[in-house]
Design a protein around this ligand. Sequence first.
Ligand SMILES: [Zn+2]
Length: 415
Amino acid sequence: MAGKQITLKKCKFVIKNNNTILKNVDILIEDGRIIDVGKGLGGGEEIKCNKNIVMPGLVNAHVHTESWYLKGFSDTKNFFEKIYTLDSDLLHKIIYVSSKIAVYEMISSGITAIVDSNIFLKDVLMAVEESGIRARIGPRIENEKDMKLIEDVKKWRYENPLISPIINVDSIHLLSSNSLREIANISDKYDIDVHFCVAKTRKETYWIKKNKSLFPVEYLNKLGILDKKAVMVHLGWVTSWELNMLRDKNINIVYCPTSVMKLATGGFFPLKEALKAGLNIGLGTDSVYGNDSFDMFQEMRTCVYLQRNNYWTMDFSKEDVFKMATVNGYNIIHEKGGVIDIGYVADLVLLDADDPNLRPLTKHNILSSIVYTASSSNVSLTIVDGKIVYRRGLSYEKIEEDIASIENVLRNFLS
Ligand SMILES: [Zn+2]
């Protein structure tokens, strides 16, 4: 007997992947997977898509959902120090509600999977689980005292098949080599990926070079970490020989272009060389501190624009960046996703093809329209694992209450 089915009927356009656009086809989904793409399909809940563009879901491969409540406050003096003086129960509540709103913002903007780095794991996890989004989620180790957070990782037994644990390491120069080795051992023992923020700033790169006589990626390699389940995030100050090292070790990379600019970290992630080397590179928005938006459409175009400007060339294509935000992101989370074809996970997004900002719309310019002009406001439906997790116009009321509750706390706190 067939499992739970959805059919997307007569889709106006289907972005199968970064190279192939289909017209007027149906997509049949069963038990969370795409089981057929073609004409004349039917079964289960049928959704009319003759006014929609259907595309693979976007992966935000580096985000801190708990930071939603900090939006717009990154330039406010002492705000970050002060906020942690709030009553602990209230702070946990803010983190939970904040994460809930952030995930809502992401699913309503076509993001179907996230890689999350956080301090308040339990609160964030609860919000993420309730949303139905696919997630890799884990604590952020920033310094030696955070090593105790790893204890949580050992206890994790997720019931939810969409969520798996990871460890996030921020600032490798603030951790001892023993602690870095311990993290790598836990990654091995529990088969967990570790996402390292590496060579993000000149200060960090300079410190490691001065104290370890190596560049950051070389240092991690010396510690044996590149032979483990490691992912490198940022790499704004990476060298060409370190990129080769990452290629040889088959390490995935996440690039966060807006964060580089907002935090003025300088450096320059050499995307052209990284792509040429065949590395798998995903895209992330980073935290609200480094980016006041979770919109991955915006992140795609920022990536292309920044790289074009850095290299003085228009070589970077919409196809490259669309692949980074979809299939490459799924590679990072070890899922067969990011392509609309038989056997892939049914993580899909419907855009409204009638929206004026996407016009004129033809098979020939549709990918450009998605990368250069689309935004979260064009998303009308989001499906994760074959289930509808967002439908435009619905479910906003509850979130509006949550938003008002956070604004209330912030008002009291700042007055
Ligand atoms: Zn980050």
